[in-house]
Design a protein. Structure first.
Length: 173
């Protein structure tokens, strides 16, 4: 992380130590540079962690759709460390390497899966216009249902915050 110095874990106050321990003992297994930024405000960090846990592991949106929403978001913000971190998760979720490369380049893949096309189009349209048209919304709703649609929007919003943090604090890894 280039704009903020790394934190000295030995100097954590009790609130920082408690949140850091939860992160390290949880599914992430480590305290990343991203969480070091947020740990400067432990209450914020813990709340962000909880939302991130939901977005990463507990959302009703299928993993491929969630990761596609992350990639479109990261590409929009040109937050390449975040994009690269999630490209592997997306590929494991079934998104092809070609489709990942197309999203990275700002393009729209030719999806074989109508659900993926709907998620891509919804998130990309929102970031391009700050709105979603009725046809795009209707297509996404029909393709993935209400609960997954709400989760996809929340995931894109969460990762917008992640990407802003990456870019503002110039986090490289």
């Amino acid at each position: 992380m280039s704009r903020l110095p790394p934190l000295d874990q030995a100097a954590f106050d009790p609130a920082q130590r408690e949140v850091a321990d939860v992160i390290i003992k949880g599914p992430r297994g480590r305290l990343s540079s991203l969480f070091e930024v947020w740990l400067r405000n432990p209450e914020l960090c813990d709340r962000v962690r909880r939302l991130g846990d939901y977005a990463r592991w507990d959302a009703s949106a299928p993993r491929d759709l969630a990761e596609l929403a992350v990639l479109v978001t990261a590409a929009h913000f040109a937050a390449w460390p975040e994009f690269d971190a999630h490209a592997g998760f997306a590929e494991k979720g079934g998104i092809s390497a070609d489709d990942i490369a197309t999203v990275r380049a700002g393009g729209r893949p030719e999806f074989d899966d109508a659900r993926r096309a709907a998620v891509h189009d919804l998130v990309a349209e929102y970031f391009a216009t700050n709105r979603v048209t009725a046809p795009t919304y209707a297509t996404a709703l029909a393709a993935i249902g209400e609960a997954a649609l709400v989760d996809v929007v929340a995931i894109a919003g969460y990762y917008a915050m992640v990407c802003m943090t990456v870019n503002v604090f110039e986090i490289t890894g």
